[in-house]
Design a binder for this molecule. Structure first.
Ligand code: SF4
Length: 318
C-alpha cells in the first residue's frame, strides 16, 4: 500500500469515525424533517421503526463537512455578536398532541430592535450549484418550515422572536447568501398547519403523498425507502412480468413514461443551453445586471448569478 493510498484510507476512516461519533437518530420527527417529504415525515411521526441498515456507519462526507463548518462557525459568530446569543439551543413545538423537538443553530438578542426580541439563524452548508439555486428562488419550503419551527419553539417557551434568517454557506469558497424574514403569526400558523396535516397523515402514512420534487434528492438517503416503494399505492414489485396483474404493469409503465418525459425535458434544456451559449459567444466579460459573464483562458464560458450584497458568487459553467 502506498503512502497516498494509506492517507486516502485514513481520510475515509476519519469521516466514518465522525459519523460514528455523532449518530443522528432518524427515529421520530424533528424540526429538520418537518418540511421534508410528507410521507417520510408521516412515517417518522407515526413512529415507524428505522431499519438497522439505515443507521449504519458511513462516511457521510457532505454531512460531516457541514457538521465541522457548524462546529467552527457558530461559536465564532456568538463570540463576535458579543453576548445575548445561544448556539445549538434545544427547542420544541407542542401542537395537536405531539411534540416536535429541534436544535436551533443560533438565536441572538444582539441584533433585534427592540432588544427583547430574538433573531433566529439557521446555517446551511451547500454546494455552489445549490447556492446558485437558492439565489434564484430563495430558501426551500423545508428550510423555511424548519426555521419557523425554531422561532415558534422559542415563542412557546416565552421568548419573543422578530426575525428568522437562513444563511447558505458555499462549501467550496465560503461565499454566503442571507435570507432574512420577519417572524409573526403567519409563520407560526404555517408550522401549526403543517403539523396538523402530518398528524392526520401519520394515521395512514403509507397513503401520505410523496412530494413530487423530492424523490430525486431525498429518497436515496430516506430510511423508509423500502417500505415506501413497496407500500400500498407505491410502485409495485413485479417478479414475473408475463404473469403480472395488468394494474401492476400499468404502475410501472406510468413511472417509466414519466422517466422518458423527464429525459426529453433534459434534452430540451441542453439544446436551450447550447443556443444561449452560442448567443453569448461574442460577449465581453463583465457584470450584466445580476449576472457576471466570464471566459477562461481556454475559452470556456462562466455565467454566475450574483447578488449586490454578496462578496463572492458561484454558478454554472458551460
Ligand atoms: S422514499 Fe422518498 S418518497 Fe418515500 S418516504 Fe422516503 S423521501 Fe418520501
Amino acid at each position: 500500500m502506498t503512502v497516498e493510498s494509506k492517507l486516502r484510507e485514513i481520510l475515509a476512516a476519519a469521516f466514518r469515525a465522525e459519523t460514528a461519533a455523532n449518530p443522528h437518530s432518524q427515529e421520530g420527527l424533528s424540526m429538520s424533517g418537518l418540511g421534508a417529504c410528507t410521507r417520510r415525515a408521516a412515517y417518522a411521526l407515526a413512529g415507524i421503526p428505522v431499519p438497522p441498515t439505515a443507521t449504519s456507519s458511513k462516511e457521510n462526507r457532505a454531512a460531516n463537512l457541514g457538521t465541522w463548518i457548524h462546529a467552527g462557525l457558530l461559536p465564532r459568530l456568538a463570540q463576535v455578536l458579543g453576548g445575548r446569543t445561544v448556539v445549538e439551543f434545544p427547542v420544541q413545538v407542542d401542537s395537536d398532541g405531539v411534540c416536535i423537538p429541534g436544535h436551533l443553530d443560533l438565536a441572538t438578542f444582539a441584533l433585534a430592535v427592540p432588544e427583547a426580541e430574538a433573531v433566529v439563524v439557521d446555517v446551511k452548508s451547500v454546494t455552489g450549484s445549490i447556492l446558485s439555486d437558492r439565489r434564484l428562488t430563495g430558501p426551500t419550503r423545508a428550510h423555511k418550515l424548519q426555521i419557523w419551527a425554531y422561532g415558534l419553539g422559542l415563542v412557546q417557551s416565552g421568548r419573543r422572536v422578530s426575525h428568522t434568517a437562513v444563511v447558505y454557506v458555499g462549501r467550496e469558497r465560503g461565499e454566503v447568501e442571507v435570507f432574512v424574514e420577519e417572524f409573526g403569526p403567519e409563520q407560526e400558523g404555517a408550522v401549526y398547519s403543517r403539523i396538523a396535516r402530518l398528524v392526520e397523515w401519520s394515521k395512514a402514512p403509507d397513503e401520505a403523498p410523496r412530494d413530487t420534487a423530492q424523490p430525486r434528492y431525498e429518497c436515496p438517503s430516506c430510511p423508509f425507502r423500502a417500505r415506501c416503494w413497496s407500500a400500498v399505492g407505491g410502485l409495485p414489485v413485479v417478479d414475473d412480468v408475463q404473469d403480472a396483474d395488468p394494474s401492476l404493469v400499468g404502475g410501472v409503465e406510468r413511472a417509466a413514461l414519466s422517466y422518458l418525459r423527464a429525459g426529453a425535458a433534459e434534452s430540451d434544456a441542453k439544446a436551450a443551453k447550447a443556443l444561449a451559449r452560442a448567443e453569448l459567444t461574442q460577449v465581453t466579460a463583465g457584470q450584466y445586471g445580476r449576472v457576471r459573464v466570464g471566459w477562461s483562458a481556454k475559452g470556456a464560458i462562466s455565467v454566475r448569478l450574483t447578488a449586490q450584497h454578496s462578496e463572492a458568487s458561484s454558478g454554472g459553467q458551460a
